[in-house]
Design a binder for this molecule. Structure first.
Ligand code: UDP
Length: 438
């Protein structure tokens, strides 16, 4: 017969005052309060340190606006309303006065974005987890949406934050917001539906809309070619009329990268999202798996497209990859490759030959290619095959993915980034003042 060991109760044999008994509850309490304690200490210290400045700000506000604070109604933790403070004379969303909200406990340094009562009422029940946290001065959604990569949407980012928040992570978030702010800028500018650089019209859209658009074109049996353009592509287009003409004819051109955002700043407009092929690919695969649409991957070095396909199949087992082929075939093999693509029955064709080769190729053969949507995707298969590692998320959040690529392949990339980026911005400025000749 098995011997039963006695399971000690919560008190065991120890007397109630024994320290060992209280250690765990005490540690639990302290660790759960730690973020709040840190917030109080930091906010308190900042308020003391900045007291002269804050008093001056208060005085200026009083003189200019007749009162010190302006308060905006927000919905806080547990959906309890609170008033977010700002100095009355100039009340932007983020202001030092908000430190008082942190000290008071309405807000934290890092947390979900503070919502207005209307916004809070519209939060679906599935996202209500955000209300378990204090709204933050710094939020993951604000950080990523400002740089145009908040593809998952606010609810999903808040949920992720809830489960993964750490003190070090919060510090990182604040630092990235600071650096990212310098890169992206905080000003609110109009976001027209279409942007234009060097005569190339670019759709100013979001990732989910762009993917919806692709699926719709396939479903409606309306052929479309898509091109992604970054500053390097636009520089090439500037000097290559053939490529520029193709960009003018394809059904959709999508904005790729932080450089376009900078260009928009110069033109006084704002970019809705960084809709680049590399971020689109996994999301497109997920959607295709769901919608039962198939992909053909053409391009990159031998074996790379196949490896990328295999990696995606692991991630999305329902995905249909109709076929793959490398991008270094002899010119006389072209017909056979087009035949292979058509026979595969693929709905969507991704071509990675580099810019502008892929766009020119797609345009030349568009009437012969059966997949309803075709797009040029550059070095994408190199990333997803694992051949070239992609920049870590924190670098992308501060708009420095290009710096990563430069370090990886300095010999090939220096011209593109060190010369190309400033040249692009110079040309955008010329366009703005009406002096760019095409
Ligand atoms: N490539 C190809 N055939 C060619 C030339 C290039 O398949 O004749 C591939 C190359 O292997 C790489 C991609 O095209 O995978 C272009 O990569 P790049 O990094 O230049 O793309 P981008 O930076 O423009 O996205």
């Amino acid at each position: 017969m098995a011997r039963h060991t006695a399971i000690p109760g919560p008190l065991g044999k120890r007397p109630l005052w024994h320290w060992r008994l209280w250690l765990l509850p005490l540690l639990t309490l302290v660790t759960s309060l730690l973020p709040r304690i840190v917030d109080c200490i930091v906010a308190g210290a900042l308020l003391i340190l900045l007291a002269p400045l804050l008093l001056l700000r208060a005085l200026v506000a009083k003189l200019r606006a007749g009162r010190v604070f302006a308060a905006t109604e927000k919905v806080g933790r547990f959906q309890v309303p609170f008033r977010q403070l700002a100095f009355a004379d100039d009340a932007p969303a983020r202001d030092l006065a908000v430190l008082l909200n942190v000290l008071w406990g309405d807000m934290a340094f890092a947390g979900p974005r503070p919502l207005s009562p209307e916004e809070a009422a519209a939060v679906p029940a599935s996202q209500s987890i955000r209300f378990r946290l204090r709204p933050g001065i710094f939020s993951p959604y604000t950080l990523r949406s400002r740089i145009g990569i908040a593809y998952e949407g606010e609810g999903e980012l808040d949920r992720e934050f809830y489960y993964t928040e750490t003190a070090a992570g919060n510090l990182g978030l604040m630092l990235r917001t600071g650096v990212g702010g310098l890169v992206a800028g905080d000003a609110i500018r109009p976001a027209p539906d279409q942007l234009e650089f060097f005569g190339v019209a670019i759709a100013n859209t979001t990732m989910s809309e762009a993917i919806d658009w692709i699926v719709r074109r396939v479903r409606e049996d309306r052929p479309a070619t898509i091109a992604f353009v970054n500053p390097d592509c636009l520089n090439i287009a500037y000097g290559n009329p053939e490529y520029r003409e193709v960009l003018g004819k394809v059904e959709r051109v999508l904005p790729d990268g932080i450089g376009i955002r900078f260009g928009c700043r110069i033109l006084g407009t704002s970019l809705r999202a960084n809709v680049n092929g590399t971020d689109m690919f996994p999301r497109l695969c997920e959607r295709c798996a769901h919608e039962n649409l198939s992909l053909f991957l053409l391009g990159a070095r031998p074996g790379v497209a196949r490896q990328a396909a295999e990696n995606m199949l692991q991630r999305y087992p329902n995905l249909k990859i109709a076929g793959s082929c490398d991008g270094y075939f002899a010119p006389d093999a072209e017909n056979e490759i087009i035949e292979t693509i058509n026979r595969s029955g693929a709905d969507i064709l991704l071509v990675a030959f580099g810019v502008p080769k892929q766009e020119l190729w797609l345009w030349k053969h568009r009437s012969r290619l059966k997949p309803r949507v075709a797009m040029g995707v550059g070095g994408l298969f190199d990333f997803y095959s694992g051949r070239i590692p992609r920049a870590p998320l924190w670098l992308r959040e501060i708009g420095l993915e290009w710096g990563w690529r430069l370090l990886q392949e300095p010999g090939r990339m220096w011209r593109r980034y060190i010369i190309g980026n400033p040249l692009f911005l110079y040309r955008v400025w010329r366009q703005k003042i009406g002096k760019l000749t095409l």
